[in-house]
Design a binder for this molecule. Structure first.
Ligand SMILES: O=C(O)[C@H](O)COP(=O)(O)O
Length: 235
């Protein structure tokens, strides 16, 4: 029985386009982001990957991406599960601020640590929702994604359902840590492009084959990763 999970970061958002930290800010897709979502649907169709279930965060850039993908596939009736556990990491005080301005004000080291370290969180901001976080390190995101993988995603995959997850750069980086057994150093070098489906297939022990999955359009994925790396003025 096939065991297929597809990870998809939302299409480009207005924050991505402006090179600002979004986090839990509920920013919309740009027109390019809407095109990326529709294109992702076409890529899935071209590879015969028709989702049986979709999981998204509670943020509209992911919800709208999922709807555009399902519409491109003619599968508007596919079940969609939404969870805060798939939300982007909360970027605390950095939310809404330009990456270049943060880097100029706090320096390269703090910028790098806040953006890509495993256990250093940015300075706390205001909670986006009552009881929500005021800031998160990637380790906090992994802690909230792990039970969702074990309790909701893995059972769908084990049952042979083609499972599509539409989420965010850092909630997907946290999920990849769980799938591929990445350590803090490895995940610091992992970046996820917007709008390009990443296919994971698993063996009987739910080990990914191959490790790291396969992008349905490797060239588009490489270009998207380069864009992420160029944010904030580059590495
Ligand atoms: O929250 C955001 O701004 C992005 O989705 C992720 O930003 P990052 O790639 O700088 O972590």
């Amino acid at each position: 029985m096939p065991r297929t999970l597809v990870l998809l970061r939302h299409g480009q958002s207005t924050a991505n386009a402006d090179d600002t930290f979004a986090g839990w800010l509920d920013v919309p897709l740009t027109e390019r982001g809407r095109w990326e979502a529709r294109n992702a649907g076409k890529l899935l169709a071209g590879h015969g990957l028709l989702p049986d279930v979709v999981h998204t965060s509670l943020l509209h850039r992911a919800i709208d991406t999922a709807e555009l993908v399902l519409s491109a596939l003619g599968r508007e009736n596919c079940p969609v599960r939404r969870s805060r556990r798939l939300n982007e990491r909360h970027y605390g005080l950095l939310q809404g601020r330009s990456r270049k301005a943060v880097r100029a004000e706090f320096g390269d080291e703090a910028y790098r640590l806040w953006r890509r370290s495993y256990d250093v969180a940015p300075p706390p901001g205001e909670p986006a929702t009552p009881g929500g976080p005021r800031t998160e390190a990637l380790s906090d995101v992994r802690a909230r994604v792990a039970p969702y993988w074990a309790g909701r995603l893995a059972p769908d995959v084990r049952a042979g359902r083609v499972t599509l997850v539409v989420a965010h750069g850092n909630s997907l980086r946290a999920l990849c840590m769980l799938l591929d057994g990445l350590g803090p150093d490895e995940v610091s070098r992992l970046n996820v492009p917007t709008g390009v489906p990443l296919r994971y297939d698993f063996d009987d022990e739910l080990e990914p084959v191959p490790r790291g999955g396969t992008y349905l359009d490797p060239d588009l994925a490489a270009a998207g990763v380069a864009e992420v790396l160029a944010q904030g003025g580059g590495r």
